[in-house]
Design a protein around this ligand. Sequence first.
Ligand SMILES: C[S@@+](CC[C@H](N)C(=O)[O-])C[C@H]1O[C@@H](n2cnc3c(N)ncnc32)[C@H](O)[C@@H]1O
Ligand code: SF4
Ligand code: SF4
Length: 313
Amino acid sequence: MIYPTELSIELTNICNLKCVLCDNPNIPRPKGFMDFEKFKKLIDETDRHVKRVNFGVTAEPLLHPQVDQFIAYAKSKGKYTILTSNATRMVDFTTKLINAGLDAVVLSLDGMTRETYEKYRKGAVVGINNFDAAKTGIEILCQKKESLNKKNPHVIVSFLVNRYNEHEIDTAKEWSKKMKVDTLLLKAMHFAWAGGKEEDAMREWAPKNKEFIRQYDYTKLGICAWTNNSTVVYWDGELASCCFDLIGRTTFGNAFTEGFVKIWESEDHKSKQVEMAKRTLAQCVGCSSGVKLGTYVNNKSFLSRITQKIGGE
Ligand SMILES: C[S@@+](CC[C@H](N)C(=O)[O-])C[C@H]1O[C@@H](n2cnc3c(N)ncnc32)[C@H](O)[C@@H]1O
Ligand code: SF4
Ligand code: SF4
């Protein structure tokens, strides 16, 4: 039996943004925040095989008030920790994340002006300047790292390239160099969360530059890496298939109430693993897990190790 080396932890399924093509606003599950004591038990139970803990799967992890405690606990157990965030709350967390020992952080900034950013990143509350908050938050994190002479977290800025912001790529490169962002990921979008309107979404959002369009033969992608290596844990302990499935189409059972090993070894999970491997679950249609996510500026070797692994999205 193969056990996963990575856990993707949903600290909360609540988000403060409603990005145009993200499935988060469609999550039908009850809203909530992960309990710290239950997380600690899970980390202890999976300690033997889990090497990496990835925070931030389906929503905004910096909305969890104890986020730094979760990271610090995973670090105390020797895990590699990574967090993916929209950065709009980063200003309040820079010192906490550095002190918690976070290894890497993926921060979304899909535009270099408020106008282009807000095309995709719509605020859940109208009128708030999320662009300034995210950009300033990233800048302060980079400055603080430098002033404290810290290498970590490795800062990756993820810029989803689309029709409205592709003319800003050079500005993004200049800014990230000036700010000493470790890596800029010019990420190709997928359109699989468009709720049956993938073609329309692609027509509207796909950039003109083909370099930033995902091109792959879905039938030749091979076994899905999420089958054995990684799994998602929703905030309430429910185990789920992968980070592509934000809304919870494929779940296996509750690790907090039933225990991780029992679910992982169950017949139900094993049969779903077969479908995941073959990519035959309904959610797999249009998933590009395993393809190159985009174009990396700086630290290619680091990214091939880390960011490709973030996978699914
Ligand atoms: C679902 S979000 C959760 C983390 C956080 N809320 C954020 O936005 O960074 C995880 C990743 O999905 C990315 N994402 C959102 N919409 C996407 C799309 N249509 N294609 C590819 N990636 C997308 C985000 O930029 C982010 O890096
Ligand atoms: S992409 Fe991230 S910030 Fe945007 S709605 Fe989805 S989870 Fe929220
Ligand atoms: S949706 Fe994608 S990542 Fe998830 S199981 Fe299917 S192929 Fe794998």
